[in-house]
Design a protein around this ligand. Structure first.
Ligand code: HEC
Ligand code: HEC
Ligand code: HEC
Ligand code: HEC
Ligand code: HEC
Ligand code: HEC
Ligand code: HEC
Ligand code: HEC
Ligand code: HEC
Ligand code: HEC
Ligand code: HEC
Ligand code: HEC
Length: 299
């Protein structure tokens, strides 16, 4: 069947071809312009093309699409927002850098100040903008961006100051935070990294922070076992007062009058100015005995 059809088509075509040859031969003598014949098809241009979607660009640019898909973060928008011009690289014109998107078109002011304007030296891949590799250049500048941490380490010298940023923030990826347990044991079993940070800032570890009634005082026992033990077992009401409500800062000794004023007559306080001459031990006030005495009196 097929071969019959083709033969039939050829029979139709042959006279057509003959006619064309004759026409060309006739026109050869005239001066009018000649053009190949292509049917005029304006209907092909009625629609406006829709721009390629990232997933379509990604059919060819597999790597760039995958980068944006996995780590594009806030750069996950249409490629053409950045690539206003593309497929325009011409080695003769050496225009590669010219046609590539410029950060400053959108990041109107440099986010890290005027010292850091060569964005791609750190943001090596614009399709994974947050993945900044730790290079020598970045290492040299930790303190220039993180001035707060840098200032703490210099203003409050400790053994951490000598360590340097990279002793702790030691990963190849920028911005990773180590836990204290990488280098230290906890004071008491069961302490968490979150606990550590309530009292210590790693960039000024000796400036101990207390938090009044919220201080986790079981920590104190690691170094002040005697006081902690007395306080834990005392029948007096001081046993319900958090260590850090009296010791507002680490190492500070409070005055009794801070909370009690002068409760006895003026004469008594003049005669015996030191409260503990009578009350003996602030961590274990001799009160229980007194209470029992009172009970006995009542009996
Ligand atoms: C936030 C802006 C931004 C977006 C969005 C973006 N690009 Fe890029 N792209 C750039 C910049 C800037 C460069 C030039 C990098 C350089 O010079 O090292 C680039 C380079 C390229 C290159 C050249 C090869 C290379 O990787 O350096 C290709 C191909 C490319 N992009 C494709 C895409 C495709 C496809 C998409 C969308 C799926 C896309 N880009 C989305 C900013 C962007
Ligand atoms: C059919 C495959 C194909 C599609 C679809 C495609 N590209 Fe390309 N693109 C190429 C090829 C091939 C090159 C040249 C070789 C290279 O650089 O990888 C190129 C180069 C590029 C370059 C770098 C050189 C230049 O001249 O700009 C960019 C940027 C780019 N494409 C962006 C895009 C964007 C954006 C899209 C979607 C809007 C897209 N491409 C869609 C095949 C494709
Ligand atoms: C077409 C505009 C455009 C271009 C060009 C562009 N960006 Fe962005 N970029 C954005 C927008 C929009 C955001 C999101 C900002 C926001 O949420 O505040 C962003 C966010 C970022 C972020 C943070 C990403 C995140 O998710 O937290 C980084 C880093 C970044 N851009 C770096 C760059 C660098 C480097 C370049 C040049 C290579 C660049 N951008 C080029 C528009 C752009
Ligand atoms: C010296 C290295 C360096 C240079 C140069 C640099 N950046 Fe950054 N940038 C970083 C680092 C590191 C981050 C933090 C990334 C992270 O989240 O881990 C960052 C974060 C950002 C963010 C997110 C800001 C935020 O606070 O969340 C934007 C946006 C950004 N850069 C844009 C730019 C642009 C635009 C330029 C050029 C004008 C630029 N950067 C130059 C290193 C650099
Ligand atoms: C160009 C400025 C710049 C430089 C240089 C820089 N950083 Fe950053 N870094 C940033 C920005 C911006 C952020 C904030 C990102 C965010 O908000 O998540 C950041 C975040 C961090 C974080 C905190 C991440 C978190 O989860 O909170 C650490 C830790 C850090 N940087 C350490 C370093 C160290 C160590 C260096 C030196 C090797 C360094 N940075 C160099 C800009 C910089
Ligand atoms: C002894 C270890 C150590 C050293 C040295 C150190 N850091 Fe840190 N850094 C940490 C720890 C642990 C955290 C987490 C603190 C937190 O989550 O509150 C941290 C957090 C940070 C943060 C995030 C702060 C925030 O509020 O989210 C930045 C930025 C930072 N460090 C920068 C630096 C820089 C810059 C240096 C050097 C100048 C440095 N660090 C030195 C251990 C260290
Ligand atoms: C990368 C290791 C490392 C990490 C992480 C680290 N430290 Fe240290 N820290 C040290 C070293 C080393 C010393 C000095 C030890 C010595 O010489 O005995 C030290 C000393 C200290 C000191 C005593 C400082 C002084 O000057 O006497 C305190 C307090 C301290 N660290 C608390 C912490 C806390 C809290 C964390 C977590 C927030 C932490 N450290 C995280 C390495 C680290
Ligand atoms: C309730 C507050 C508190 C908590 C929570 C706390 N610490 Fe401490 N830490 C202190 C005090 C107070 C010192 C003594 C500082 C001094 O000698 O002046 C200290 C000292 C240290 C020292 C110096 C070396 C030593 O043992 O004398 C290191 C290291 C340390 N702490 C690590 C940690 C770690 C790690 C955690 C979390 C597991 C943590 N701390 C939790 C209060 C606390
Ligand atoms: C009601 C207030 C108060 C409470 C609660 C308190 N203290 Fe004290 N602490 C004092 C006073 C006042 C002194 C000074 C005693 C003196 O002069 O003999 C002191 C002294 C100390 C001393 C110095 C050594 C000594 O015995 O003289 C240490 C260490 C101490 N307290 C630790 C703690 C710990 C740990 C806790 C919690 C377990 C705690 N304190 C609870 C008020 C208090
Ligand atoms: C890692 C050990 C450690 C921990 C934990 C610790 N301290 Fe201390 N504390 C010390 C050292 C070391 C001194 C200084 C001792 C000296 O100077 O004789 C001190 C001194 C004190 C003093 C002053 C003592 C005096 O004789 O003047 C008080 C009060 C005190 N600590 C209370 C506390 C309280 C309250 C806690 C818990 C919230 C605590 N400490 C946790 C190690 C620690
Ligand atoms: C941070 C505040 C604070 C400080 C400082 C303080 N106390 Fe108290 N004290 C209290 C509280 C709270 C009570 C319980 C009051 C109540 O429940 O009625 C108390 C109770 C007492 C009682 C009665 C005990 C009982 O069990 O009935 C005596 C006695 C006393 N304090 C003596 C002292 C002496 C002496 C000092 C100084 C060495 C002192 N206090 C320092 C807060 C404090
Ligand atoms: C001469 C001995 C002596 C001195 C000094 C002394 N007290 Fe007392 N204080 C007592 C006796 C005894 C009681 C028991 C009285 C009672 O139960 O009624 C007492 C009771 C208290 C009570 C409990 C009151 C109540 O209502 O439950 C407080 C609080 C107190 N004293 C605080 C102080 C303070 C603060 C100082 C120093 C400024 C001080 N005392 C000095 C002997 C003394």
């Amino acid at each position: 069947m097929k071969s019959k059809q083709t033969i039939f088509r050829r029979m139709l075509f042959a006279p057509g071809l003959l006619l064309a040859v004759v026409c060309v031969a006739l026109m050869a003598g005239s001066a009018s312009a000649e053009t190949v014949k292509i049917p005029h098809t304006p209907e092909l241009y009625k629609e406006t093309p829709t721009p390629l979607l990232p997933v379509q660009c990604g059919q060819c640019h597999v790597k760039q699409f995958k980068n944006l898909q996995d780590d594009g973060r806030h750069h996950q928008f249409a490629c053409q927002n950045c690539h206003k011009v593309f497929h325009a690289y011409n080695p003769r014109k050496k225009n590669y850098d010219d046609i590539m998107p410029k950060c400053k078109n959108c990041h109107l002011t440099p986010p890290h100040g005027d010292k850091f304007t060569d964005c791609l030296t750190c943001h090596a891949n614009p399709h994974t903008p947050r993945n900044v590799p730790v290079t020598k250049h970045l290492e040299a500048n930790c303190g220039n961006c993180h001035t707060a941490e840098n200032d703490m380490l210099t203003k409050f010298p400790s053994k951490h100051t000598k360590q340097g940023c990279r002793a702790c923030h030691d990963t190849d990826k920028h911005g990773v935070i180590p836990t204290c347990f990488k280098c230290h044991e906890p004071h008491i079993p069961g302490q968490t990294f979150e606990d550590c940070k309530t009292c210590h800032n790693p960039h000024k570890p000796l400036q101990i922070m207390f938090h009044g009634a919220d201080t986790k005082v079981n920590t104190c026992q690691a170094c002040h076992a005697e006081e902690y033990d007395k306080w834990s077992h005392t029948p007096s009401k001081h046993g319900t007062v958090n260590c850090a409500r009296c010791h507002l800062k680490h190492g500070q000794i409070p005055e009794c009058t801070m909370c009690h004023g002068h409760p006895h007559g003026e004469a008594l306080h003049k005669r015996t100015p030191r409260c503990l001459d009578c009350h003996l031990d602030v961590h274990n006030l001799p009160v229980k005995r007194k209470k029992e005495d009172k009970k006995e009196e009542k009996k």
